[in-house]
Structure formats: C-alpha cells, structure tokens
Design a protein around this ligand. Structure first.
Ligand code: TYM
Length: 330
C-alpha cells in the first residue's frame, strides 16, 4: 500500500471548514487505499507563543476531532508530533542542507513574519517548513493530502529529498502533494477573495462552534451582485465558494446544484447549505465530546499511534545518520 502522511496544527477552539474540505476529508478517504500516518503537529504550534495548559488541551481536542471526523486508529497511525523525537532530529539534518535564501522565499513565512517586528519573529517560524519536510520524509510518504497553501512547502520537501539523495545516495522517496480539485482553497465567507483562516477570523466556520452560529454566518455570507446561481470564481467569488462547499458536503456535483437552483435566489442556496452543514456537523460534535470524555483512552490511542510511527521514523533516521557519516553509538 502506498504511504500517506499529513499533519495539522493544534489550534485553539477547533478546526475550521477549510481544514476539513482542503485536507481532513482526504485524510479520511485515503485510509481505505493507503498506509496512513497522521499527526497533530505540536512542535509546529510553538513557532508562535502558546500557553502550556492550552496547548495540551488543544492537542487532545485536535486528536478528538480527527477521530470524530473519521480517522480510524485501527487503520491509521494517529499520533502527536512531539511523541516522535525523530522529527526534530531529521529536521536538524535538513536545516543544514537548506539555503538561507531558499528558506527566505517561503511565502507563508513572509506573510506571517510581515505582521511582526523582526525580533519578535522566532527562528522556529523560519525553519518551520524544514520541520514539515522532516515530518513527510521520515515516513517515505508518496502522497501528502493538504490544501493549496501548502504547495510551496511540498516543493521544498521534494527539493530537500532530492538534494540529500544526490549527495548521499538514494534515501528518501519524493512525495507528492495531494490537493483536492474543488476545495483546495476554501474562502472566507465575509471576504470571498481571502482564504478561510483563523488568523483573520471574519467569515470562518468552526467545526465545534454552535451550528446555529455557523448557520447564521452562512446566511449572512457575502455574495455578489446579480442573482444567478452559477459557478464562476472570477466574477462570482462568493457564490462559487458556497457552491464548492455545498458540493463537497452534500457529495453532489456543482453542475447538479446549478441545475437545482435555476430560477431560485441566493437566500435559498444559503438556507439549504446551512441545513446541510448542520446535519454534517451535529454528529461530529457529539463524537468529539465522547472522545474527550475518556481522556485515558484518547491518550492510549495516541501512544499506540506514536509507537507505530516511531518504528518507521527510527528506521529512516538511522539510515540518514549512517549516510551522513555519524559514528554509530555502539
Ligand atoms: P494547518 O494546520 O494550517 O492546516 C491544516 C490543513 O488545512 C489546510 N487548509 C485549507 N485548505 C483549504 N482551504 C483553506 N482555507 C485552508 N486552510 C487550511 C492546509 O492546507 C493544511 O493541509 N504546515 C501545515 C501542517 C503540517 C503538515 C506537515 C502538513 C506540518 N507538517 C506535514 C502536511 C505534512 C499547516 O500549518 O497546516
């Protein structure tokens, strides 16, 4: 079975609809066909300040959400990144192979650091994509299900793998980004030209908020002038975003939806989408609560996942250390 790996940051509150449609839905689907490794990337989370108690809670809540969304711990290794020390170990090696300029060109770093003074931006934020490359390469992953915003990090990962391979001999498999066609980038409901993101939370649908609140956000989503419900991202960004979300959640094609809404208004579309979303999210919220009710069991599942991950990660790291010329510790 081909290998797949992906990761998500343990954000406060909950994941949002962009995370789900851009990435997590694919995580769940790929379990049927792939040998899957999925991690909550707490090491990445500390690239910005975190409250210790909150971080622990967010990490558990993230794992509970992944399970509730359908990540199956019997089929996939679900683990917490800091439980597998090989991640930062490989990251250091890769840092030593990364050009300073190369890292400086990462657009996510440029965006994130532009908002702060230089001395407040941690070096960890700068090396963040290299740790991500280590996450992926340790597992020899072939596919990495992510949203569009991670494409550049995946290219860096491939470059680093290739560089290592050509310098030290074939060690890493070159991974590919697995980016969905219609929901690669879910847009903010209040600003349909901006990515849905919790750093600018205006029209963000959170998976664990009261569905009534989500329904209200959907009903007040910014749409476009005109009345026709057609998919046209260039000229009708708002309606097109709603159609993409609807199509993914209801498992119906956009063409089919366009047909259904001929002669009907934006209000109908929003009302129906709000219902579809509520139906989708209600059972998920219930499952999240029950996973969080049994913390001991949750922690046990994560320990099990980490054990499976470490077996693979340790094998890759040992090979890397050997190729580089580190003296074996025996
Ligand atoms: P993160 O935690 O910001 O987001 C998790 C996943 O959600 C996707 N995503 C979106 N997709 C579509 N539309 C949106 N509006 C949207 N917002 C977020 C992201 O593309 C991502 O797939 N660097 C990663 C975490 C990471 C990782 C890895 C990913 C660490 N190591 C190894 C893959 C493999 C990140 O910050 O994702």
């Amino acid at each position: 079975r081909p290998r797949v790996l992906s990761g998500i940051q343990p954000t406060a509150g909950s994941f949002h609809l962009g995370n789900y449609l851009g990435a997590l839905r694919q995580w769940v689907a790929m379990q049927d066909t792939h040998d899957a490794f999925y991690c909550v990337v707490d090491l990445h989370a500390i690239t910005v300040p975190q409250d210790p108690k909150q971080l622990r809670e967010n990490t558990r809540a993230s794992a509970a959400q992944l399970l509730a969304l359908g990540v199956d711990p019997r089929r996939s290794a679900l683990f917490v990144q800091s439980h597998v020390p090989e991640h930062p170990q490989l990251s250091w090696v890769l840092e030593c192979l990364t050009g300073f300029g190369e890292a400086s060109r990462m657009t996510q770093f440029k965006d994130k650091s532009a908002r702060q003074e230089a001395d407040r931006v941690g070096v960890g934020l700068f090396t963040y994509p290299i740790l991500q490359a280590a996450d992926i390469l340790l597992y020899q992953a072939e596919q990495v299900p992510v949203g569009e915003d991670q494409r550049q990090h995946l290219e860096l990962t491939r470059d680093l793998a290739q560089r290592f391979n050509s310098r030290f001999g074939r060690t890493f498999r070159l991974p590919e980004a697995y980016i969905p066609k219609d929901t690669a980038k879910v847009y903010d409901l209040q600003d349909p030209n901006a990515k849905m993101s919790k750093s600018v939370p205006t029209g963000v649908i959170e998976l664990l908020e009261d569905p009534k609140r989500s329904a209200k956000k959907i009903r007040s989503a910014v749409t476009d002038t005109g009345r026709e419900i057609v998919y046209d991202p260039e000229n009708k960004a708002g309606v097109s975003n709603l159609l993409s979300i609807y199509s993914a959640l209801a498992n119906r094609s956009i063409a089919e939806l366009e047909q259904d809404y001929v002669g009907r208004g934006y209000g109908d579309l929003k009302k129906d989408l709000a219902e579809v979303f509520t139906e989708f999210v209600t059972p998920i919220q219930q499952r999240v609560r029950s996973y969080l009710d049994d913390r001991a069991e949750l922690d046990r599942l994560l320990a099990q996942g980490a054990q499976r991950a470490r077996e693979v990660a340790a094998t890759t790291l040992a090979r890397v250390y050997d190729r580089i010329g580190f003296l074996p510790p025996v």
